[in-house]
Design a protein around this ligand. Structure first.
Ligand code: NDP
Length: 287
């Protein structure tokens, strides 16, 4: 028999998760603050609980996919968590996840935190590569891994319940840096007779090629050696920055997304690190 699942929260993400468990034959109990959102799932065979407490009482494995940490506290406040396995998929900070883990454990439950690396249309579609970072109780993870793997892949990142959020936010932060660069690139060609669709494939393959620098940066951070095998040193790169600033100006584009990074590069150079790779910027960011 398939493990029964209780799911709190039927927003865009919760509803996508719910459908995959139903399709895979897991008995599913759902609760949502606004009851109407449970109706399509009831039609697919989900049991609908009138309160969060009632949903939690229905089974051991309780998956939470509400808006934020505050809504988790509100929803679980009246529920009896003793003996439950709580899997919290709500996006939070590492500190919030650690505090929520403690809160849940004090109430007699095991706790697993998850960071979802997917948008709802990717859920249940292995080819789209959706996965969830998990951290917290290793026992809970081992016991429920197969059930958790139904909507998306499972990537274990350690017993510290804050790690799933840490990995999640680290990846998404890097993504925003990439989005910023892409926005600047499209702005630069904006006034010219260059079609965005013409630039796009060149831009994505360039970003893919440059992503090789991630592994190198990691090795440099671990070894502390920022200067061996450097191909484009900081002094050379800083000397090149006026070209980027002037091009932005010529094209009538604000350089506000580029400037903060260039400022850090100049600060590192001023500290005497001209022979290094760009990795030294990491040290400047750590307060
Ligand atoms: P939605 O805004 O679609 O849904 C929010 C859900 O939270 C609804 O079920 C809503 O209930 C409920 N809710 C909000 N406030 C409260 C409260 N005070 N008490 C009880 N329930 C409450 O969000 P998503 O489903 O998209 O996201 C859910 C979680 O998944 C978030 O933490 C999000 O960061 C994370 N996530 C989402 C992704 C996405 O692309 N959508 C990607 C990765 C992670 P009601 O229906 O009554 O309003």
């Amino acid at each position: 028999a398939k493990t029964p699942v209780t799911l709190l929260g039927l927003g865009a993400m919760g509803a996508a998760l719910a459908r995959t468990w139903l399709a895979a034959g897991h008995p599913l109990t759902v609760w949502n603050r606004t009851p109407a959102r449970a109706e399509p799932l009831a039609a697919l065979g989900a049991a609908v609980a009138a309160t969060a407490a009632e949903a939690v009482a229905a089974g051991r494995l309780v998956v939470v996919c509400l808006l934020d940490d505050a809504s988790v506290a509100q929803a679980l406040d009246g529920a009896s968590l003793a003996g439950r396995d709580v899997v919290n998929l709500v996006t939070s900070t590492p500190a919030q996840a650690r505090a929520r883990a403690e809160w849940v454990r004090e109430r007699g439950a095991r706790y697993l935190d998850g960071g979802i690396m997917a948008v709802p249309p990717m859920i249940g579609i292995p080819a789209a590569g959706p996965y969830v970072f998990y951290s917290g109780s290793p026992g809970l993870f081992a016991e429920h891994r197969d059930t958790l793997a139904v909507p998306a892949g499972t990537t274990w990142v350690g017993e510290d319940p804050g790690f799933a959020a840490l990995y999640d936010v680290a990846l998404l932060s890097a993504m925003y840096g990439m989005f910023a660069g892409v926005a600047h690139a499209f702005a630069l060609i904006g006034e010219e007779k260059v079609a965005p669709t013409e630039l796009a494939p060149l831009l994505s393959s360039w970003l893919t090629a440059m992503s090789g620098s991630v592994a190198k940066t990691a090795e440099q951070l671990e070894s502390g050696d920022y200067t061996s095998g450097v191909v484009s040193n900081l002094a050379m790169q800083v000397a090149g920055t006026p070209t980027f600033m002037r091009t932005a100006e010529e094209q009538g584009v604000s350089a506000e997304l580029l400037e903060p990074y260039f400022r850090l590069m100049r600060r590192r150079l001023a500290a005497g690190s001209g022979e290094e790779d760009l990795v030294g910027v990491v040290d400047l960011l750590r307060r």
